[in-house]
Design a protein around this ligand. Structure first.
Ligand code: 26Y
Length: 823
């Protein structure tokens, strides 16, 4: 009988309004007379949440009953962005909400903007995890995400006097999308010591005793699929003092302060996301975060498996665990510990289960991003785990020694322990040894890891353990949600919205490439998106940019390898060139807006200098009357997922210009092209596959190739025929003349290139970069030609859906099948 009371989709606009008003008046205890935008958001979110919860419960029930194999995606970062718009679109009832809100006097866009971004990530790796969750649900795969519920997400960036200032991101004061599960908790142990004894059968057993305990509390977030009732779960762990409110013993002894301090120390574990991207700092608290999250997640997974009463050897038939980079690598050690120390399995039997369970995704070849933990630190924090790591290493090295006798140097190179002082644990080596598959995230990257950093492991395990899964993006958020008018136009030409779940259907657009009305609408949508961005820039920064200018965008974390410095040097070069021209010559030039955005890790001094240079150049160029609309340089503060949804659809060309071989894949490159923007880029990461798909006539590639990087670097360091590019020398002179403020402020950026080996090869690529930008200007002047490139590129982007990517993981690595409910 209870079924008749279950929530149904809104029948119509009135049905939606009824629920909205009910939430305003009861859940929020407010009157509709003082319902502002913030209350409207809250009530709207709650109304949609009710729909999700129903599907969510049914999905979990279905998956439990079917007892199907699940994948668990372990990621320290989930860069989700906002949830409401996504929920409305995935449920398919945004139109109803829009009409209902309008009648109550609200614009749906304004309501949507009330929501804080869930910014639990740094950049590409975290956003990839979010796209994967969307695809897993849309494709009906039984899947859970596991992460940390940070009280503070990635900091908010303010720009003051041209410099980045970090402001804490306290995002949780109202978050209707999470459900605290105070009954789902796990006690997590740290420190202490190991006691070695024998059991009644004379077997050696290890007991981890003493130390301190912290409680993990589960918070669940529903993840709706698009056009399906499947709603998966993202479980985020929050830390809490194990003794509850505070330690009563201490409290009663009058030691109130220290009981509160204990509580705060426990809560510190999940307090803040580490803001480093591609830079390992080896901080103890970060290691605590990793173990806390991994141990809670594994306890949860094992508890679920044990309910099925299956024998342990079937664990890998029920459970696949994917490691998003090496951050959760301790999960390998923790599962081995659970099986051997707690469940009493033999080492080999346990190890076989472990290695069949895990897969490891590598996201970088940069040496400074490869995690290492010092042996003394792990010894102190996780004494039993260190023993297990040493045993794993011992058995691994013994097998290598049998396979390749008398190769001491090989053993040194592949060892999980690096014999430095202090000794360090190489987490990537541990992840490879403990997994059955290792994958890179784009073809070039997967080839590079096989021939460079993991070459020895390919010799040991054979090539089949190493594979490629080229990244993808969800077309729901990155096309349908971010660019609704383009999505609608595409639907009108391809026979509906089928392309949103089968992105290869975009190829039907090729048939319409010569349809004049279609082309006009296509160009008009881009123009309107640019007008919207121009308005945002004017309203927030006071800079007037002309939407007819070419919008040239580089938005991503600031990092020397991504070469924002080369981009701003290019803008300075453009400025100097314009200044030298006669007014007549100038009038013939293509106007440009150079748009930047991105955060620098707070401790990354050089990245912060680069932000300052960009702003200093903007200050001069934007106020130069002689230049006017011909060039503007804009730095948009606090780049995040929501800003990306506005900026990406407004781009004419975007810059993906990393030193060849350094950007594992890149994913924003895919988002820009999917929204009809062209790319200027190097032969790096997924740019190469994008080129293969869309055709090299539709992309502006330049620069040296990965295979030449080593030799070029060598020439810088050991002399040879290297000279500073003359155009770049001229740019440096101008900076040093003081044109953009105190040259001292920019001295380090210049000397990195001129005096310290130019590790990222800015000078080597600068000439071809400038030449290619000339080609961009020329191509843009041919409006019709540009529109053709834009349409054909979008038509050929089907491959880059995260749905394709997730299907590859499901088949090649996880061995899981979709499980659909009756819709
Ligand atoms: C060790 C720790 C401090 C650390 C934290 C975050 C190390 C790395 C990262 C983040 C890495 C990251 O975002 N990598 C990016 O992953 C994307 C998704 O695969 C790629 O597209 C992108 O090229 C790569 O830089």
């Amino acid at each position: 009988t209870w079924r008749k009371h279950q929530a149904k989709p809104f029948a119509d606009k009135d049905g939606f309004q009824r629920e909205l008003v009910r939430h305003v008046e009861t859940t929020l205890a407010r009157s509709m007379f003082n319902c502002d935008e913030s209350a409207a958001y809250s009530a709207c979110a709650l109304a949609f949440r009710d729909r999700l919860v129903y599907d969510w419960n049914r999905t979990q029930q279905r998956q439990t009953l079917a007892d199907a194999k699940r994948v668990y995606y372990l990621s320290l970062e989930f860069l989700m962005g906002r949830a409401l718009d996504n929920a409305m679109l995935n449920i398919g009832q945004k139109d109803i909400a829009k009409a209902g809100l309008a009648e109550l006097g609200f614009r749906i866009e304004d309501v949507i903007e009330q929501e804080n971004d869930a910014a639990l990530g740094n950049g590409g790796l975290g956003r990839l995890a979010a796209c994967f969750l969307d695809s897993l649900a849309t494709l009906n795969y039984p899947a859970w995400g596991y992460g940390l519920r940070y009280r503070y997400g990635i900091f908010k960036q303010e720009i003051i006097d041209g410099y980045q200032v970090e402001v804490p991101d306290y995002w949780l004061d109202f978050n209707p999308w999470e459900f605290p599960r105070h009954d789902v908790t796990v006690d997590i142990q740290f420190y202490g010591h190991v006691v070695k004894t024998t059991d009644e059968n004379g077997r050696v057993v290890h007991r981890w005793e003493g130390g301190e305990t912290v409680k993990a509390v589960a918070y669940d977030v529903p993840i709706p699929g698009y056009g399906t009732s499947t709603t998966n779960n993202l479980r985020l762990w929050s830390s809490k003092a194990a003794s509850g409110e505070f330690d009563f013993q201490k409290f009663n002894n009058g030691d109130y302060e220290s009981s509160v301090a204990d509580q705060q120390r426990a809560e510190t574990i999940s307090a803040v996301l580490y803001p480093n991207d591609n830079l390992d700092r080896g901080k103890e608290l970060r290691l605590k975060q990793q173990y806390f999250w991994v141990a809670a997640s594994l306890y949860d997974i094992v508890r679920r498996f044990k309910k099925s009463k299956r024998p342990w050897k079937e664990f890998p038939d029920q459970v696949a665990i994917q490691l998003n980079d090496t951050h959760p690598t301790l999960a390998i050690v923790e599962l081995q510990r659970i099986l051997v120390d707690i469940e009493g399995l033999g080492w080999d039997e346990a190890w076989d289960i472990v290695t069949r369970t895990f897969g490891y995704t590598n996201h970088t070849v940069l040496p400074e991003a490869l995690e290492k933990w010092s042996v003394p630190l792990v010894q102190h924090l996780l004494p039993r785990h260190l023993q297990i790591i040493y045993d794993i290493n011992l058995f691994f090295l013994q097998s290598v020694e049998r396979q390749f006798p008398n190769d001491r140097d090989l053993l040194r190179r592949v060892s999980i322990i690096e014999e430095t002082n202090p000794k360090m644990i190489r987490m990537a080596h541990l992840a490879i040894v403990g997994s059955h598959k290792v994958n890179g995230v784009a073809e070039l990257h997967s080839d590079l890891i096989k021939t460079t950093i993991f070459k020895d492991f390919v010799d040991i395990y054979g090539p089949d353990k190493f594979t490629n899964v080229t990244n993808g993006i969800t077309p729901r958020r990155w096309l349908h949600q971010a660019n609704p008018r383009l999505s609608e136009l595409i639907a009108s030409k391809t026979g509906g919205y089928g392309f949103l779940t089968d992105l290869t259907q975009l190829n039907k657009l090729e048939l319409h490439v010569n349809d004049a009305d279609f082309r006009r609408e296509w160009a008009e949508i881009k123009f309107n998106n640019k007008v919207r961005l121009a308005k945002y820039i004017k309203d927030t920064l006071g800079i007037a940019v002309n939407p007819n200018a070419l919008f040239d965008v580089q938005v991503k974390r600031i990092h020397e390898y991504k070469r924002q410095q080369m981009n701003i040097f290019g803008a300075i070069h453009r400025y100097l060139t314009l200044k030298e021209m006669t007014p007549e010559e100038r009038a013939k030039q293509q106007p440009r807006v150079s748009i930047f955005g991105g955060k620098a890790a707070p401790g990354y001094w050089m990245a912060k200098q680069i932000i300052h240079l960009i702003n200093a150049v903007g200050e001069v160029v934007n106020n130069d009357k002689e230049i006017g609309d011909l060039l503007k340089v804009v730095f948009i503060p606090d780049y995040n997922v929501s800003k990306a949804e506005m900026i990406i659809p407004a781009s004419d060309i975007s810059e993906h210009i990393s030193t060849a071989g350094t950007e594992a894949s890149g994913t924003s490159n895919m988002k820009f092209v999917l929204n009809g923007g062209l790319i200027i880029g190097t032969c790096d990461g997924a740019n190469i596959e994008i080129t293969r798909e869309i055709g090299d006539e539709n992309i502006f590639l330049f620069g040296n190739l990965a295979e030449n990087v080593e030799d070029l670097r060598h020439a810088h360091t050991y002399g040879g025929d290297w000279t500073l590019d003359p155009s770049l020398a001229r740019v440096f002179e101008e900076i040093e003349r003081g044109t953009f403020g105190n040259p001292q402020d920019f001295a380090a950026i210049i000397s990195a290139v001129r005096d310290h080996g130019d590790y990222y090869l800015v000078s080597d690529d600068f000439h071809s970069y400038l030449e290619t930008h000339k080609l961009v200007d020329e191509a843009y002047r041919d409006k019709e030609g540009w529109t053709t490139k834009s349409i054909l590129s979008v038509a050929r982007m089907g491959f880059f859906s995260s749905d394709r990517c997730i299907n590859e993981y499901a088949e090649g690595i996880w061995n899981i099948e979709p499980l659909k409910g009756e819709e």
